[in-house]
Design a protein around this ligand. Structure first.
Ligand code: MN
Length: 437
């Protein structure tokens, strides 16, 4: 597997700061090199766009009001907004200029400590005092199936005896259109869905009731801007003009419903009840030093899916569970996003190749990310071989999720070798019992 890091001159001319004057931010994973975007609501106030620095939210609307974010094309209405969509619509140049200006204001060597510092906690609000909202009003949501290991594992479980990976898989990034309206921000409780569960024998009929094989899927998503009309394709070489940033995502999955309904079409109710995303979106620019070349694709993809740029992301991923009734967190799986077969540029290029429009705030997710070893699988259906092997979890065991279980996903782009250490916003959710009839 090729491992060369993205060379330093590819960092888009970004100014490299030595650190920030914001207390506690350096080394926290949310330092000046990161600055993920979100939308926060301070108590009793309207939502606004912010970036996270350390354990604080830097309020961009307050900065703009104070004249500290006077940039061409950056409108106050995009910042005093309930979602990032208006900002995403402004496009790559404004994203870059805003980021550069924020780095300047937060740089320990710059004048920001007095300029921003004078605004006090109005500008730099402790995270404990704001509500972090769903960062994007997602228009369209696509979930890919881009991990070869995950596709192979699931193929073996869902279609035993056949070739686990179907013939199209290595030629195109397989995906389905998901349910944008069911996307929730990290921390939102997840109600166990009800649905049709498959019959045990061909002579029986299905039953309707609470899903008994509730699962998670560890995924990385990206959001888009500024948008394109129908029919305008995105060449893979310019995908970075359209990919704003990345975030962790849990594609909650109801395996009984999925197994029964997805014959022959893709997931429907098995995936439409909830998808959790992080509150903070890491800009593509912040990940520049963590971009690497992925493993060679065999066979080589068709020309329109060819990428030269290093689009694999060197990001460590982890899934943990706090079992119902426990306070102890246990790690279930560890993997790395670089394991993905299809990259974000290929996914976006493919998604628009047929004439689909693209809007600011569309969400594209990777599909469950699994590695080769059992300890690196990104879903319970893989970790328990389809529910046949229970996992020891503290004093108990699990095949699938039980009511009261909390699932937490974390992601770290490791530091070192002139790479800053970045911690992506986590995604957590607690399972609630199914609704009573
Ligand atoms: Mn998925």
């Amino acid at each position: 597997m090729a491992t060369e890091p993205r060379s330093s001159e590819r960092r888009g001319g970004e100014r490299v700061a030595e650190g920030t004057w914001v207390p506690g931010a350096d080394g926290s994973g949310f330092g000046i090199e990161h600055l993920p975007y979100g939308v926060v609501r301070p108590t009793g106030e309207a939502p606004r766009v912010a970036v996270r620095i350390g354990d604080r939210a830097l309020d961009l609307a307050v900065l703009a009001d104070a004249g500290l974010l006077a940039l061409p094309g950056l409108s106050a209405s995009a910042l005093r907004a309930p979602a990032l969509n208006g900002f995403l619509a402004l496009g790559r140049d404004v994203w870059s200029e805003t980021r550069a200006r924020l780095i300047e204001l937060l740089d320990v060597r710059g004048p920001g400590a007095s300029d921003v510092g004078a605004l006090g906690e109005r500008a730099l609000v402790p995270l404990a005092e704001v509500e972090a909202l769903l960062p994007v009003a997602v228009g369209d949501y696509v979930d890919f199936y881009s991990s070869l290991e995950h596709a192979s594992n699931l193929g073996r479980i869902m279609r035993p005896g056949g070739d686990p990976v179907l013939p199209n898989w290595r030629h195109l990034p397989v995906a389905y259109h998901g349910r944008a309206g069911s996307i929730v921000v990290s921390g939102t409780p997840i109600r166990r869905p009800c649905g049709q569960r498959p019959p045990h024998a061909p002579s029986e009929v299905p039953s309707f009731g609470p899903e008994r094989q509730l699962d998670f899927e560890l995924e990385l998503g990206f959001v888009t801007g500024p948008g394109l009309p129908s029919g305008a394709r995105i060449p893979a070489a310019v995908a970075d003009e359209h990919i704003f940033g990345f975030l962790l995502l849990n594609d909650w999955s109801a395996r009984e419903i999925q197994r029964w309904e997805a014959q022959p079409l893709g997931p429907f109710l098995g995936k439409s009840f909830a998808t959790s995303v992080a509150a903070w979106i890491t800009p593509l620019e912040a990940l520049a030093a963590h971009r690497v070349h992925g493993a060679p694709q065999d066979p080589p993809p068709l020309a329109y899916l060819h990428t030269d740029e290093p689009w694999a992301l060197e990001i460590d991923l982890e899934v943990a569970i706090v079992p119902a009734g426990s306070r102890v967190e246990l790690t279930l799986s560890r993997t790395n996003a670089r394991e993905l077969y299809w990259n974000a540029a290929q996914q976006l290029t493919h998604a628009t190749s047929g004439g689909s429009a693209l809007r600011a705030g569309d969400l594209f997710a990777s599909g469950a990310i699994s590695g080769l070893d059992p300890g690196s699988y990104g879903s319970l259906i893989e970790l328990t071989s389809g529910g046949s092997t229970a996992l020891q979890v503290g004093d108990g065991s699990r095949t699938f999720l039980e009511d009261g279980d909390t699932v937490i996903m974390r992601a770290v782009a490791a530091g070192g070798d002139r790479r800053p250490r970045l911690e992506l916003g986590e995604v957590s959710g607690t399972v609630l019992a199914a609704a009573e009839d």
